[in-house]
Design a protein around this ligand. Structure first.
Ligand code: ZN
Length: 149
C-alpha cells in the first residue's frame, strides 16, 4: 500500500475532473451508446476511422468517477491506433479488470491506474463500460463497411 495507490488514485481523479476526448463526432464512422444499470453510468462513444485507424475517439455521458475516468483514459489510449491494435488493448484492459493478466503500462497508458478497481466486482462494470463500447463500435464499423462495400 502507499505510494503507487495514491498516484493511481490521483490519476483517476485527474481524468474524472479533466475529461480527455469528451464530446461527440459529427460524422462518426460508428457510434455506440452503452448503459450500466447497476450504477447508472451512461456512455456515448463515437469513432472516426480512416484507413483502418482510429483517427478520432470521443466519449460523452455521465456517471461515477470510475466510469468517467475510464472513458477519458480510453480516448487517450485508443486514438491513433490501428483497429486491431485497439481491440488488443481493450482485451488487455478487460483481462486486467478480471484479474487475469499482469497489466502492461506500455499498452494501457494511464488506464493502468484502474488496476485496483478489479478488487471491487460492482465497480468493474463501471470501468469496462466505455472500453467495451469501443469494441462494439469497431465491430459495428466493420459490419457496415463489409456490407456497404
Ligand atoms: Zn459507475
Amino acid at each position: 500500500m502507499g505510494g503507487l495507490d495514491d498516484l493511481y488514485q490521483q490519476l483517476i481523479l485527474d481524468h474524472y475532473r479533466n475529461r480527455r476526448g469528451r464530446g461527440r463526432i459529427e460524422n462518426a464512422s460508428a457510434s455506440v451508446h452503452e448503459h450500466n444499470p447497476v450504477c447508472g453510468d451512461e456512455c456515448y462513444l463515437d469513432i472516426l476511422v480512416v484507413d483502418d485507424r482510429l483517427v478520432e475517439v470521443r466519449s460523452d455521458g455521465d456517471g461515477c468517477s470510475i466510469s468517467q475516468a475510464a472513458a477519458s483514459m480510453l480516448t487517450e489510449v485508443a486514438e491513433g491506433k490501428q483497429l486491431d491494435e485497439a481491440l488488443d488493448t481493450v482485451e488487455h484492459f478487460r483481462l486486467m479488470m478480471h484479474g487475469e493478466t499482469e497489466p502492461d503500462e506500455d499498452v494501457l497508458g494511464d488506464a493502468i491506474a484502474l488496476e485496483g478497481v478489479a478488487k471491487y466486482p460492482v465497480r468493474v462494470k463501471c470501468a469496462l463500460l466505455s472500453w467495451l463500447a469501443l469494441r462494439d463500435a469497431i465491430a459495428g464499423y466493420r459490419e457496415t463497411t463489409a456490407h456497404g462495400g
